[in-house]
Design a binder for this molecule. Structure first.
Ligand SMILES: [Zn+2]
Length: 109
């Protein structure tokens, strides 16, 4: 399982692959801060790699969420939320809810 930092590194790469855009004001100039965050030059907003993604404040943790999403995007056959829940020790309902959000987000990556 990748650690939290590796997850964030990956997310920041996807999120800002076309450059930074501030979610608050739309400004595109900023600088990268430690911990995979971006500091907007215009409104001083600091955005984390997980903000406004499906990984933001996931109840069962970034690492597990990341693994679920990764599993879903790489597996050729569909995995049920029951299987996923068992594999990562997540409540089935929680796994299901999270999995609903994954496809549209991970498609591009
Ligand atoms: Zn801004």
């Amino acid at each position: 399982m990748p650690n939290n930092d590796a997850c964030k590194a990956y997310l920041s790469k996807i999120k800002w692959q076309d450059g930074f855009t501030c979610s608050k004001c739309g400004h595109t100039k900023g600088c990268e801060k430690s911990g995979y965050r971006y500091h907007c030059y215009s409104c001083q907003h600091v955005e984390s790699a997980t903000a406004n993604t499906l990984f933001h404040k996931v109840k069962f943790g970034l690492q597990k969420a990341f693994c679920v999403a990764f599993e879903m995007s790489t597996s050729s056959k569909s995995i049920s939320s029951i299987q996923m829940g068992k594999r990562f020790s997540i409540h089935q309902g929680t796994a299901w809810y999270f999995m609903q959000k994954v496809p549209k987000t991970m498609k591009s990556s």
